[in-house]
Design a binder for this molecule. Sequence first.
Ligand code: C2E
Ligand code: CA
Ligand code: CA
Ligand code: CA
Length: 266
Amino acid sequence: CFFNAGMDRAVRDRRTLENDLRRAVESDGIALAYQPVLSVETGQITSAEALARWTHPSRGAISPETFISLAEESGLIDRLGDQLLRRACTDARDWPSHVRVAVNLSPLQFVSGGLVGRIRSVLEEVGLEADRLQLEVTEGLMIRDVERTFGQLEQLRGLGMQVLIDDFGVGYSSLSYFQRFSFDKVKIDKSFVDTIATSHTSRAIVQSVVELGRKLGMGVVAEGVETEEQMRLLLECGCTHLQGYLFSRPIAADAIRHLLARDSGS
Ligand code: C2E
Ligand code: CA
Ligand code: CA
Ligand code: CA
């Protein structure tokens, strides 16, 4: 039966990939690329987002969406998350002190309960101030134990970290999150940026998020900005920060260090 044969192969492929990922995590083989985020007000880079990269020995680049969800499903996410956090904080130590590093957190990293303590000790060991670290969390986060997650975010924010809500406006959006937690910034999902030049609806949504941000004291980051036209419209809407290929793709640690040194005029 072709169907079953195909299924078998898919399951085997997955197991193999899972084992390869485990090996990569064990050998510290997942890299980070950094993408700058610019302040609209000053035109300067105010932060850089750390994005995970895995080059598989035979399959080449595997997308983070694929291997992060594999890590989540196979119980590797805490270990991988800690490893990437440590690397990001270590790299950020070499940056100008006004530039923050943004790290993406999986919702599952809030489940085990030890996250706050582990982030604290990484910062201490590496010697990075808490206010240099931004944490990006997605709305998917809230599906699980909402109160527990908010409790941990509250503690992290209390320590001086900024907390951003990522991919805002898609998935399990709920405006009631803003009643329970003060996010520092909102990242508007790329899908709205993609269509802002062609869709009045997208533009209206971006405008509304910016207005909400202004009223609640949250900056609004537009990600995935690729064209001048999109940039113009996003500025018109009042976004406070921009990120996207128009300014820079995610680049290696060495490259971002040089870019930041140049950008801050040193
Ligand atoms: P995200 O956090 O929403 O990251 C933004 C994604 O958009 C990144 O894809 C980035 O490379 C891409 N991007 C940025 N600007 C542009 C643009 O102008 N045009 C286009 N077409 N794309 C742009 P990437 O690196 O493939 O990451 C995909 C997703 O994987 C991330 O989405 C995030 O959810 C997840 N991810 C990546 N690294 C990590 C990590 O270290 N930990 C966790 N938990 N998730 C991660
Ligand atoms: Ca992100
Ligand atoms: Ca995003
Ligand atoms: Ca995303």
